[in-house]
Design a protein around this ligand. Sequence first.
Ligand SMILES: Cc1cc2nc3c(=O)[nH]c(=O)nc-3n(C[C@H](O)[C@H](O)[C@H](O)COP(=O)(O)OP(=O)(O)OC[C@H]3O[C@@H](n4cnc5c(N)ncnc54)[C@H](O)[C@@H]3O)c2cc1C
Length: 404
Amino acid sequence: MADSKRYVIVGNGVAGTTAAETLKKLDPQSQVTLLAAEPYPLYNRVSLPHYLKGTVSEDKVFMRSVEQHAQRGIDLRLETRVAKVHPDEGVVVTEAGETFPYDKLLVATGGHPRPLPAPGADTPGVYYFQTLDDTRAMVERFATARRAVVVGGSFIAYELAEGFRRRGLEVVWLIRGPRWLRRILDEDGGRLVDLLARDHGVEILYGEEVAEVHAAQGTVKAVTTTGGRVIEADMVGCGLGLDFYTELLDGTGVDVRGGVVTDEYLATNVPGIYAAGDVARFFDVFIGRHNQMGTWNNAMMHGRVAAANMAGARRPYREVPVYSSGLFDSKITAIGATPENHPEVEAVSHVDWDNRQYQRLFFLEGRLVGAVLIGDLRARKKIVDMITQRERVDDPNRLILSLT
Ligand SMILES: Cc1cc2nc3c(=O)[nH]c(=O)nc-3n(C[C@H](O)[C@H](O)[C@H](O)COP(=O)(O)OP(=O)(O)OC[C@H]3O[C@@H](n4cnc5c(N)ncnc54)[C@H](O)[C@@H]3O)c2cc1C
């Protein structure tokens, strides 16, 4: 045991857990320690919206047990938040003051929801949607709630609107911009989503934010919007985007710009420290620049690739991230690079109102780099292949018509 490698992984989401399991497979003699702030072994965040809606039970959300980690020889420490990394000494220190020495360290800490910036935002009945505990709290509240306000233009805001509506609540959804996913969709895409939402009984108010949350008997009663409307609500669901857990790297010299910056091998600029998953701002070989993705598959594949490289390989990360989700009675998928992270992309779009289908393709330097599809998602595979092959596209309009 004396010479075995010590791998420490911070964060036990899908990136961290996949990395821990991959390391144990590649290097069975190694010591793998998985430090987890939350009190649970890996659970499926992508299943949380289904639990919120009531279409799956809570136990179906779990993906691993504590015993499975023990069987695999992974030292899982729950409710153990890392406060600080000391690269010179090769140790991490937890909030409780415990130290863990490492030879190689993986930061897979993900993110936390941006808080609602309004007076009264700390009133019970204001919810975020990132963890199992967040979801449990909302599910409990459904027993007595009748009306909800949702705030934000993100995928998570959509999941809240859909979940609340499915639970029979009256839902008003406030979006600051002119449409949902304002940068990824254009005007037609936004109108299509608005139709889908209305058919589902969700009213969207654009150009509106929460100015104040009002309470009665210690819980949410109503919100006032920036446009001066007063909307009665028993619950407020916020999907305002994520900030990333990077504080543990303060003062380490690791390059942090929004996320933890890595090369295509998921290595940071400080030797021995890697990053994976939502928190990683990785060099994306398909677009020739840094990219950051909030998708399950990206986090899982990051975990695999980072682990291989920590164990001595030199394997670049070469995956096109795909985020697929329901969209009321339709479906949506976002693929690769989009204007959300890369405002410089050029775009063409096509909408078929009769069949409620929409495609928008994104290009950089004459190559397809990303897309968003609503309705019929069958072109997904072809798009991923084209992005991977980095073919030049001479006529984007012809390409989009060929996909419909
Ligand atoms: C409600 C919801 C729905 C989603 N739906 C989809 C979907 O349909 N499709 C899709 O592709 N993606 C979806 N996603 C996104 C997807 O779940 C994430 O991209 C993925 O889970 C990220 O995994 P991760 O391991 O990078 O980070 P996380 O899963 O965020 O895990 C990071 C863990 O690290 C812990 N941590 C943070 N700091 C520390 C510290 N200092 N010490 C110890 N532990 C720490 C955190 O508490 C957390 O448990 C959804 C996300 C949510 C919340």
